[in-house]
Ligand binder design. Structure first.
Ligand code: C2E
Ligand code: CA
Ligand code: CA
Length: 692
């Protein structure tokens, strides 16, 4: 049928509501369609043309299912329409997806009305609103919601929505356990009613800040939770349009612990857990500020364990570490809580005493510290004795700033070491000059060997009976351009301390043996040369090899070399020393006990170690003619030595009377100014050539 004909027929037959059509024609944002009982289009406004793509002419007369109903819905729509017409069951308004002319889908909200016209025919009008934008917005909102939900789930943070006054409106928590309290206890309440006062105050002040500024404000706070102390970070954002606050809470306890650990590592010694150098010195500065303000005294104690290096080397670092830990514990036991013990490094500790009074004074504490070390340390099944030397500097007398006090306490500690260790010493001004000299010597000694500043002098030794020369002792001399002549009594201990004695000792050995070769061949005599060895030289693993090569290089038989050592070498009781002495003996080198009579003069050493010679210290020779006690001691020493098969040398013989007395006591050899002072090699060669 021709469509225009149908159109005329239809309009003529059905249309009743022209004023309404005029209205629908005017609004093209809404699609309005009218259908007859056979579902044929009888009205199609411009909105319908725009929405579905069919022109009025195209649509008119066509059945709804041939136009905009998707194939899958056709039957349902036909049935529903039929039910409405026949049984009066309305088609409810609903969202529905329909079909456009080009086949694409379109979402609409469709409302329906049914009119009955004057011919008693039913007409259905559909009013469709395009939902494309709404749907899109809805989908987007849904997506955002989903996304947020996922984020909330994935993030352990807590989210609280609050009013600007702190009333809690809503929350999100991926795990309810993070809340510590059920939501019902805080929703609708003000956070100040829930949080501890201190934390609530923090929140309030940051709320105020967040209200003023655009950026998120953040702060950290701590809270007691059932598991203990926990740390949180709060970020607050002001949602201006809604007059609300978004509060995001993150548990930073783990991070806090990690930070704490790093802080701890930076300021505490990992072995003893005591404050390290940085923290100890920082505390010292603080104590000094306080002491100045309160007009109080304070003290710095510088502690150094005696011979710790030796213990560490011989017993192993594990035991060394245990000794340090136990030492730290003992030090702490002696002190009050307000005093500080710190580890400066190695075997050095520092103690800071504040608020000194007559009863709480540095002297008493130093004594108590030494006392605390009297008990042997029981480590790994052994008992070890460990002592320490303490230097004390008092504020303000010995210095006003941390570095001065520390330096002066260190100086006093050196003094305590010099006094024989296992003691304390208070700083005096004189010590400073002494220390300065020490530093200067140390400084100048570096490179002195290379600059040829050392020279050996030789002091001849004589047979007491026939007064023949039997050999000489090599004695080191140092001339430094800046310091002038420095005596070995002064520089040898420093060379020992710095370890420079090792290369210097090698120099002495080479020189002395070289000289001996020259001297022996010049005089055609079997002289011996005595060389002094310091304790530190025994720690040099190369010592024996060096002596062996030096002997063979200068072509000297080992029996003409005599090594002088003092009791100090033996006292440490180290097995490597015993071993070295045995090897020296096996090589045929002579061993001489130097300075006998000073120190412990233990007879057991003489029996325990393979000594050949004993040198009576010059302090006894000095008194031999004036003091009966000295005379008797020398007498006993000589008799005892002979009974042990040792040869005896008396050193420091200055007078004929002394020589006479020694002869009477059957002393074997004599060394001293009476015969000759130590003199340079050339002079000794001349002296001995002339002597015969
Ligand atoms: P020492 O081994 O006891 O050396 C003897 C010291 O007594 C020497 O002092 C010597 O000059 C001095 N002396 C000798 N006869 C007399 C005397 O009749 N009267 C007086 N008043 N003194 C006398 P020196 O040369 O100053 O040496 C001091 C110390 O330095 C030595 O004591 C020794 O322990 C150490 N020393 C010297 N040279 C060396 C060396 O090459 N290596 C090592 N390790 N130590 C050395
Ligand atoms: Ca000597
Ligand atoms: Ca001596």
């Amino acid at each position: 049928m021709d469509s225009s004909k149908v159109y005329k027929m239809l309009t003529h037959q059905y249309v009743i509501n022209d004023p309404l059509h005029q209205l629908f024609d005017a609004v093209n944002a809404i699609s309005v369609q009218g259908y007859d009982e056979q579902r044929r289009v009888i009205y199609w406004n411009e909105g319908s043309e725009l929405l579905y793509g069919y022109s009025k002419e195209e649509a008119t007369g066509e059945k709804i299912e041939n136009l905009i109903i998707p194939y899958a819905l056709c039957e349902i729509v036909i049935d529903a329409h039929h039910s409405w017409i026949t049984k009066g069951i309305e088609i409810p308004a609903s969202e529905i997806t329909l079909r456009k002319k080009d086949g694409s889908e379109i979402s609409v909200f469709s409302s329906h009305v049914m009119f009955t016209n004057q011919y008693n025919n039913k007409q259905m009008y559909c009013i469709d609103i395009d939902l494309t934008d709404v749907r899109q917005a809805q989908a987007q909102a849904l997506f955002k919601e989903d996304m947020l939900e996922t984020i909330f789930e994935a993030i352990p943070d807590l989210f609280f929505l609050m009013k600007a006054d702190g009333t809690i409106l809503d929350y999100h928590a991926s795990n309810k356990n993070y809340l510590y309290v059920p939501a019902s206890e805080f929703i609708g309440k003000n956070m100040t009613a829930i949080l501890p006062k201190k934390v609530a105050n923090q929140f309030q002040s940051h709320f105020a800040k967040a209200l003023q500024q655009k950026d998120i404000t953040r702060f950290e706070y701590e809270l007691s939770v059932p598991q203990g102390l926990a740390y949180f970070e709060a970020r607050i954002s002001h949602l201006k349009e809604y007059q609300q606050m978004m509060v995001i809470i993150r548990d930073i306890t783990e991070q806090h612990k990690a930070d704490e650990l790093i802080r701890h590592q930076a300021y505490y010694d990992s072995l003893t857990l005591l404050p390290n150098r940085f923290l100890a010195l920082d505390r010292l500065s603080q104590i000094l500020i306080e002491a100045e303000r309160n007009n109080e005294k304070a003290a710095v104690l510088f502690l150094d364990l005696d011979d710790f290096k030796k213990a560490n080397d011989s017993l192993g670092h594990e035991i060394g570490d245990k000794l340090l830990v136990e030492s730290a514990a003992r030090l702490q036991q002696v002190l009050r809580k307000e005093d500080t013990v710190g580890r400066l490094g190695g075997d050095e500790f520092i103690i800071l005493l504040r608020g000194l009074t007559e009863h709480h004074n540095a002297l008493a504490i130093a004594e108590n510290l030494l006392k605390a070390f009297r008990e042997p340390f029981k480590i790994g099944g052994r008992e070890l004795i460990l002592t320490m030397s303490i230097g004390v500097a008092v504020y303000p007398k010995n210095g006003r700033c941390a570095s001065d006090l520390l330096r002066n306490a260190d100086t006093a500690m050196y003094q305590a070491k010099a006094l024989g260790r296992n003691t304390y010493s208070f700083f005096t001004k004189e010590m400073n000059t002494c220390m300065q000299r020490r530093f200067e010597i140390e400084e100048q000694m570096h490179g002195a060997l290379e600059r040829n500043e050392f020279e050996l002098h030789y002091q001849a030794q004589f047979n007491a009976k026939n007064e023949n020369i039997i050999g000489a002792e090599a004695l080191l001399r140092w001339h430094n351009p800046k310091l002038g002549h420095v005596g070995p009594d002064e520089f040898i201990p420093i060379a020992e301390h710095t370890g420079l004695i090792v290369p210097i000792g090698q120099f002495v050995m080479k020189q002395a043996l070289g000289f001996l070769a020259q001297w022996q061949s010049a005089d055609q005599q079997q002289y011996t040369i005595a060389v002094n060895l310091s304790p530190r030289q025994f720690r040099d693993a190369e010592l024996l090899n060096f002596i062996k090569t030096s002997l063979s290089e200068s072509n000297i038989s080992s029996k003409y070399l005599e090594l002088e050592i003092t009791e100090g070498v033996l006292m440490s009781g180290q097995s490597y020393i015993h071993h070295a002495l045995e090897q020296i003996n096996e090589l045929g080198i002579k061993l001489s006990m130097d300075d006998f009579g000073t120190g412990y003069s233990s007879l057991s050493y003489l029996r325990q170690y393979p000594f050949d010679v004993l040198k009576i210290d010059r302090s006894f020779i000095n008194g031999i003619t004036s003091s009966k006690a000295d005379y008797n001691l020398v007498k006993a020493t000589i008799a005892m030595s002979h009974s042990l098969g040792l040869t005896v040398i008396a050193e420091g013989v200055e007078t004929a009377e002394q020589l006479q007395a020694l002869n009477k006591l059957k002393c074997d050899f004599i060394q001293g100014y009476y015969f000759s002072k130590p003199i340079p090699a050339m002079q000794l060669l001349e002296f001995s050539a002339r002597y015969y």
